[in-house]
Design a protein around this ligand. Structure first.
Ligand SMILES: [Zn+2]
Length: 64
């Protein structure tokens, strides 16, 4: 579960709710509700499945 880090939003999303992509500064997803960029890191398990962890050190950007 991800939490939008835009403080005025704070919506929670499952991995299936968001699109994770790389816009040039690392992997992120855009909050479907407010559009904030929330950064994530990808972990590849030994069996090939990818999991994502939210990066909390980088503040959200790009709110509209
Ligand atoms: Zn949001």
């Amino acid at each position: 579960m991800f939490t939008c880090r835009n403080q005025s939003c704070g919506a929670e999303w499952a991995l299936s709710d968001v699109v994770i992509k790389n816009e040039g500064q690392g992997l992120l997803f855009r909050c479907p509700m407010c559009g904030a960029r929330n950064y994530v890191t990808r972990n590849d398990a030994d069996d090939g499945t990818a999991t994502y962890e939210q990066v909390t050190e980088i503040p959200p950007r790009g709110t509209r």
